[in-house]
Design a protein around this ligand. Structure first.
Ligand SMILES: [Zn+2]
Length: 96
């Protein structure tokens, strides 16, 4: 059984424990052994949709905000940036 360091109080946590016995910090990852792979799979599954949807929604929001007076241009630009970054991350994962 591997021991890990609590990110909150830096005390030891069993890798099988769902939370820190010292401070009660709750583990977000489902399973430390599968955490990285699960995260990569989830990214690979959802990033294409999330990234492309982010770009599409952002572009639609910008075209609408141009008509409506640039009210949502900031969040629309953020959505496009997040979409591009997510798509890039997905492309990197798929090329490894
Ligand atoms: Zn702790």
């Amino acid at each position: 059984m591997a021991m890990q360091i609590c990110p909150d109080c830096h005390g030891p946590i069993s890798s099988s424990a769902p939370s820190c016995p010292t401070c009660g910090w709750k583990r977000i990852r489902i399973n430390p052994g599968h955490g990285y792979g699960t995260a990569a799979i989830l990214l690979a599954l959802f990033a294409p949709f999330g990234g492309i949807l982010g770009i599409i929604f952002g572009a639609v929001s910008i075209s609408k905000s141009k008509n409506a007076g640039m009210r949502t241009a900031g969040s629309a630009t953020a959505a496009i940036i997040v979409g591009i970054v997510t798509t890039l991350v997905w492309t990197l994962i798929m090329s490894m």
